[in-house]
Design a protein around this ligand. Structure first.
Ligand SMILES: *Cc1c(COP(=O)(O)O)cnc(C)c1O
Length: 242
């Protein structure tokens, strides 16, 4: 068996960095949920992270998630453990409408809703299976041509329309910052998403999530108000001693 002990070390380092970032911002650590982005790893790593206590996992692709997040991945971990809550699965990658049925069957929340047609198809599928589906609207704050997401200019209309869907629960906003050489450069992007988020507070208590920050920039995102950070490499890559 492969030695997965580096995962516990990675997790401890990430949690310590989260704690320090929250302290710097005068926030409570419990306000920030760590989503382990497991897209590059397999079942064994996912199971080990679950054993270490993580209950939020993020995937980009439906097929990968279907293969990894079978009930048996978690069965042994969850039965008999103290914290026996089922994992929450986050879809963080682009979703094509022809995969909506599978996505709604598997995922607990979709971070990547960025157009009205997708929201419409999700609403219909959520209705068909009788669930109220939590979603976030993905905003391309930095207006990068290569990135998904609605533009800042189009957000108000998209938000107004998605709030009409009875089977969707619109919980907040998500963004991916450009891959800057310095994490600090992401700060204005995160600050802008937080301002947009605060502008719509009147939506009510369901409006509660700000999904921003990845391996390179999650500390800045926490300082700027993230409630969900999506971390892959810092958790799952064996770290080199340098
Ligand atoms: C891969 C991915 C992440 C995690 O990225 P890391 O740099 O590995 O932490 C977060 N969010 C999205 C949308 C991703 O695709």
């Amino acid at each position: 068996m492969t030695d997965l002990s580096y995962l516990a070390e990675n997790l401890a380092v990430v949690q310590d960095r989260m704690k320090k970032a929250a302290e710097r911002a005068g926030r409570k650590l419990q306000e920030v949920k760590l989503i382990a982005v497991s897209k590059t790893v397999g079942r064994a790593e996912v199971a080990e992270m679950a054993r270490l206590g993580l209950r939020n996992f993020g995937e980009n692709r439906i097929a990968d998630a279907e293969e990894k997040f079978t009930s048996t991945t978690f069965e042994n971990i969850i039965s008999g453990s103290i914290e026996d809550t089922a994992p929450t699965l986050h879809l963080i990658g682009h979703l094509q409408t022809n995969k909506v049925k599978r996505a709604v069957a598997l995922f607990d929340i979709i971070h990547s809703v960025d157009n009205l047609h997708l929201a419409e198809v999700l609403d219909k599928q959520a209705e068909a299976v009788g669930k109220r589906l939590p979603i976030l609207l993905q905003v391309n704050v930095a207006e990068e041509a290569s990135k998904q997401g609605t533009s800042v200019a189009e957000l108000p209309a998209l938000l107004e329309q998605t709030l009409e869907f009875k089977n969707l629960e619109v919980r907040g906003l998500m963004t991916i910052a450009p891959n800057f050489p310095e994490p600090e450069q992401a700060r204005p992007v995160f600050a802008q998403l937080r301002e947009l988020f605060e502008k719509y507070r009147q939506i009510g208590p369901q409006w509660s999530e700000l999904s921003m920050g990845m391996t390179n920039d999650f500390e800045i995102a926490i300082e700027e108000g993230a409630t969900l950070i999506r971390v892959g490499r810092a958790l799952f890559l064996p770290q080199q001693a340098d």
